[in-house]
Write a protein that binds this ligand. Structure first.
Ligand code: ATR
Length: 287
């Protein structure tokens, strides 16, 4: 990668991602590729911020006029109380992954769910309003995706989880936005007929590096008519997606969610359309 410090001037604006750990993050590569491609006079860097320094970090953002930040593990929840305003997405999901510095007012957003939905639609052509969707998992990631899917007007959403109460809890929390059915997940088999599902989305971490050989779903439950999607992007092809591809289903990896959550953050910060292809290429090259 070439680094061109020569273009940094006293007018150059700053963006950053904060997290603990952070040195593995692909966001700087992706966002700098986008800033360069759009010829925006700004740079995007990564700061390793420990939990005990989070408050000082947000004060520093105000003091230095940092224009925007992405927030990753473990700060997504704790940062909320340090901001001036929360967008509806962040309020409902209960986590912030993007901060916009609007002339000194720090506004928190959550672009993960919206990013996922945009990626699924654009990359698979799925018509989510008329699709019967099954989500596997009922953790924080599932809550954000369920909210975005209900906002999209998705009529039939089922959450299958090993611990059924957690699926019930999300359904209850989000009932103002639409109805969610719940199903028991046992040994990789959700308690719902595969013929009643068009899109399967894995929101659990099962299959993520380094335990790449396991899948949250029993292969024999999958059907070739399904779109099978995973929010994991390391590896790009999880065991679940391998199984789905083998039986002829359409597959969708978590790379799209990562790229689009960044693209939406970029659009919130710059007001410009994000160069999604450039961003995707930058991440792919780094994987
Ligand atoms: P996140 O915030 O990243 O979504 P989380 O809140 O820990 O993480 O949620 C992880 C999800 O993965 C949960 O739905 C969890 O199921 P339980 O609620 O039953 O614990 C699911 N999960 C994790 N490991 C699993 C496994 N081996 N099999 C099935 N589900 C699993």
């Amino acid at each position: 990668m070439s680094i061109d410090n020569g273009r940094i001037t006293s007018a150059t604006q700053l963006y950053a991602v904060i997290g603990d750990p952070i040195r593995h993050s692909k966001s700087p590569l992706m966002q700098n590729a986008a800033l360069n491609s759009c010829q925006i006079d700004a740079v995007y860097t990564a700061f390793h911020v420990k939990p005990e320094q989070l408050q000082a970090c947000v004060e520093g953002m105000r003091a230095l006029g940092i224009q925007g930040m992405n927030v990753t593990i473990p700060h997504k929840e704790q940062v909320m109380k340090l901001l001036d305003e929360l967008d509806h997405s962040a309020q409902v999901i209960g986590a912030v992954n993007t901060i916009v510095n609007d002339n000194g007012r720090l506004i928190g957003y959550n672009t993960d769910g919206m990013g996922y939905v945009r990626s699924l639609k654009e990359e698979t052509g799925a018509d989510l309003q008329s699709s019967r969707i099954l989500m596997i998992g009922a953790g924080g990631a599932a809550r954000g995706l369920a909210y975005a899917l209900l906002n999209e007007g998705c009529e039939q959403l089922t959450i299958a989880n090993r611990t059924l109460e957690r699926a019930h809890a999300i359904a209850a929390e989000l009932q103002a936005f639409g109805s969610i059915q719940v199903a028991q997940l046992e040994d990789g088999r959700p308690d719902i007929l595969p013929e009643e599902v068009d899109v399967v989305i894995n929101t659990t971490s099962v299959g993520m590096h380094p335990a790449v050989e396991i899948s949250p779903m029993d292969k024999s439950w999958l059907r070739s008519s399904m779109i099978v999607s995973d929010i994991i992007y390391n590896p790009l092809m999880t065991q679940l997606l391998h199984d789905a591809e083998e039986i002829g289903a359409v597959t969708h990896s978590g790379l799209g969610m990562f790229v689009y959550q960044g693209a939406i953050a970029f659009e919130l910060w710059t007001g410009q359309q994000a160069p999604v292809h450039v961003m995707r290429e930058a991440v792919l090259q780094a994987l």
